[in-house]
Design a binder for this molecule. Sequence first.
Ligand SMILES: Cc1cc2nc3c(=O)[nH]c(=O)nc-3n(C[C@H](O)[C@H](O)[C@H](O)COP(=O)(O)OP(=O)(O)OC[C@H]3O[C@@H](n4cnc5c(N)ncnc54)[C@H](O)[C@@H]3O)c2cc1C
Ligand code: FES
Length: 286
Amino acid sequence: MSTTFTTQTTGAAVAESPFAPRLARIVATEQFTPKEKWFRLVFNDGQPLGHPPMAFVQVTVFGIGEAPISVCSSPTREPAFELCVRAVGSVTNAMHKLGVGETLGIRGPFGNGFKADAHRGRDFLFVAGGLGLAPARSLIQYVLDRRRDFGRTTILVGARTPGDLLFQNDLKEWQSRPDVDTHVTVDRPAEGWTGNVGVITTLFKKVKINPSATMAVIIGPPIMFKFAVLEALAAGIPETRCICSLERRMKCGLGWCGHCQIRGVYVCKEGPVFTYEQVKRLREGI
Ligand SMILES: Cc1cc2nc3c(=O)[nH]c(=O)nc-3n(C[C@H](O)[C@H](O)[C@H](O)COP(=O)(O)OP(=O)(O)OC[C@H]3O[C@@H](n4cnc5c(N)ncnc54)[C@H](O)[C@@H]3O)c2cc1C
Ligand code: FES
């Protein structure tokens, strides 16, 4: 946050506080499921967010509070940015009540994100369960928008039921692309579902993985992560190339308050993106 503002009394330029949210306008929404809603936002000043893939922002609903939310769109698609929010408590339920034209406060981007350009030439295997597709999608879009910089792209997506699948338009687009191998599964089918049924790990046998070239990005509920990481390791992908994103209770997002700490590691600053090799040492991390 490098912008400055001018005091009303003296007219002097002062550095903007990292606790001061920037105002952003909601320009599109979609209710994906009864619990998950998607938002597209633009800053009132027209500036981009300037985030790396898999970063997060602190979202303020004025009068209610603030919550950390992953940016689910790629920086290649700025100046707009997108969020997908599950209604679980005060801030997230208040967000669900907001529509196009209304304003949110945004701090950030925060976190290390994923330095995709350091992995040019690699194959990517995305394994995303439930809401884990939100942070994964920012990197999926990045890799697809820079298609020539990266190798084979495989996307495995799982949800409890067909009605719980998020980003259904993206799933259709990725499935229709010849340069992306996309597989979707649900735990429990509904009438009319003709796709895969079973947990996400059952999809591993449908895909080809070159372990010496592959970066596995595995994001989802802890139980899914545990089993998916075992599949990735069994396929020969090293622990240093299995990536996950951790969720902790956060307040400042800046490495100041300590709320997000696990064994001295500040998840808001050093994470939320970690390799499995790092995470397995943070036992309560997952
Ligand atoms: C880096 C990061 C990225 C995230 N990305 C997303 C995202 O893309 N979309 C999304 O919907 N959510 C995301 N979350 C989770 C989101 O921050 C919480 O759901 C939100 O803070 C809840 O706020 P609230 O005021 O609505 O709920 P509260 O009123 O604070 O709490 C409601 C319930 O949720 C529990 N809870 C609150 N925060 C958390 C948390 N961080 N972890 C576990 N339980 C919690 C509480 O214990 C309580 O049971 C992310 C969290 C982190 C740390
Ligand atoms: S949220 Fe304050 S130190 Fe991480």
